[in-house]
Write a protein that binds this ligand. Structure first.
Ligand SMILES: Nc1ncnc2c1ncn2[C@@H]1O[C@H](COP(=O)(O)OP(=O)(O)O)[C@@H](O)[C@H]1O
Ligand SMILES: [Mg+2]
Ligand SMILES: [Zn+2]
Length: 260
């Protein structure tokens, strides 16, 4: 008898056999594809907060005209990218750039999840700081933790989502690591989807006026944190999606729960 959770059509073997004109034939069961997708999703490492992030549950904030225009362009560009990827007409990547809380990670995960669900593509979410930390520990003889597998995955997985790029103080070592990842992926035509709070002139960002409010991180230029080489390869291989000027969704939610 089939155990609970097993496919009732194939008993969990992934193959269905039936009789066609007196000849026994076997056919791949649909559940095998589902199982493969489930495993890819499991390995994708998307953090719990973003497991359900999709285009459908992303609001373009219709009550805020400025944010609405920015976010509508962002979603449209991200969706178009997924369509082109599925058609095979792009192997480029994406870089989401903008202030914290403007939905960059949400949209980047929505793209990654679409590529997994519709393309069966091996997409992996990697947190930039965690990647550097683990890699650093793996080179430290005094540390028993850390693994080089994380770095290897970042280099070679089919599609990489590198979240919060540049969120670590600059050092030669940091520059070397991130340049290796970006260059390797660029040279091997492996798409990279990145998000960053940092600024870049290529995304239309201007220097922050002296004395302006806002968090400290967002004042830096991307090149100041990851170096010129990685930065220029990145823009070579990625389409830019800017959420700069949209509303901070976290603050918005806090405000709306405070007033209800
Ligand atoms: N426009 C939006 N519609 C729905 N949820 C959003 C939107 N923008 C952000 N969020 C949610 O708010 C939280 C913060 O967004 P996030 O994507 O992490 O911002 P960022 O990466 O730009 O800092 C997440 O839980 C995300 O799902
Ligand atoms: Mg983010
Ligand atoms: Zn089955």
């Amino acid at each position: 008898m089939a155990q609970t959770g097993e496919c009732p059509l194939c008993g969990g073997t992934g193959w269905r056999s039936f009789d066609r004109d007196g000849i026994a034939v076997a056919e791949r069961c649909g559940c095998a594809a589902d199982e493969r997708l489930r495993k890819i999703e499991e390995r994708s490492n998307v953090p719990p907060l973003y497991l359900r992030a999709s285009f459908d549950n992303f609001s373009t904030l219709p009550d805020n005209p400025v944010a609405n225009r920015i976010l509508t362009t962002a979603v449209t560009t991200a969706r178009a990218y997924v369509r082109e990827f599925l058609r095979g007409s792009t192997r480029q990547g994406l870089i989401f750039i903008g202030e914290p809380g403007t939905g960059k990670t949400h949209l980047a995960v929505a793209v990654l999840r679409s590529l997994i669900a519709r393309f069966g593509c091996e997409g992996v979410f990697v947190d930039y700081q965690q990647l550097l930390e683990r890699t650093r520990q793996s080179y430290d003889p005094a540390s028993s933790s850390g693994d080089r597998g994380a770095f290897q995955t970042a280099l070679s997985c089919e599609v990489l989502l590198l979240d919060d790029l540049g969120a670590q103080r600059y050092s030669d070592w940091v520059e070397d690591m991130v340049t290796q990842v970006v260059t390797h992926r660029c040279n091997n035509a492996k798409p990279l989807i990145a998000t960053t709070n940092l600024r870049d002139p290529q995304a239309g960002d201007e220097p922050v006026p002296a004395g302006a409010a806002g968090d400290l991180m967002s004042r830096y230029y991307l090149s100041e944190r990851i170096g010129m080489r990685a930065r220029s390869r990145l823009f070579e291989m990625c389409r830019v999606i800017s959420t700069r000027g949209a509303e901070d969704y976290r603050l918005r939610k806090r405000r709306s729960t405070a007033t209800t």
